[in-house]
Design a protein. Sequence first.
Length: 301
Amino acid sequence: MPSMSDAIVHPLAPFLQPVRQLIRGTLRRLPAPLAEFILFGLKMAWSCLFGAGMLGLMILTHWVWPANAPVYRYDFLLFAALVIQGLLLWTRLETVDEVKVIFLYHVTGTVMEIFKTHMGSWTYPEGSVFHIMGVPLFTGFMYGSVGSFIARSIRVFDMRFSHYPKASQTYLLAVAIYINFFSHHFIWDFRYAIFAVTAVMFWRSWIYFRVDTAIRRMPFLLAGTLTAFFLWLAENIGTLTHTWSYPGAAWHMVSIQKMGAWGLLLIISFVTVTLIFKPKAPEDTPRSVRTNDLTAFDQLR
């Protein structure tokens, strides 16, 4: 865990320190439960900087991007994703190890995008210079933003995991999920069997996290379900802004069943993150961390 000296030399410290003090001062005047709830929301936003930036640009460019622009919208989104990634690295809001996770998930996501568009599951209706087999390269960053969120939230909330399955079991599960995304186009769809296996594997797993000073916990499966729901909302924004399209003449809300696909993708993403950041048990948390009032958000992580 970063020390106070790490925070002092942080590139954004001179700018974020006044904001941090203002937030802390404001929260102290609120009832404790409300203050913790607001801080939780702020930390969640802090954790998904990459994804929020990409989602915001998708909405903005849909509104203002001219049809005759010299640069394709998709290519601009690729350039913007690279800039955001560079800024997160420069400001040390993301580490090199986290970027490795993002890159790995970027590659696996792009491969799946190429296959899915080839099979007609969805399309990218606009032109681009930087693409592979019709899939714009910025799309990999949409998957990468999920990996970024998971890696950052683990760090920001100082997460610990109880009864986490054996690593080898999670690797096999992630591989089975990934293969099924391809194979169900040709043979039986095993996703419901995979749902059942996932439920059994993670039924006893809990996530322990720290919003402020108290340690909270949540079932692993519940956390995954809630995250899948918000990803489903983000997907509806993606289709509404015509960033990608499902078959059909007019826009319609993405089926709620797609939450299941996002839930499975989250398992792949989480397992990918654990290749670099091994899940820690609650008892691995030092006593000084459990009682330290300097939260991860305070330390500009």
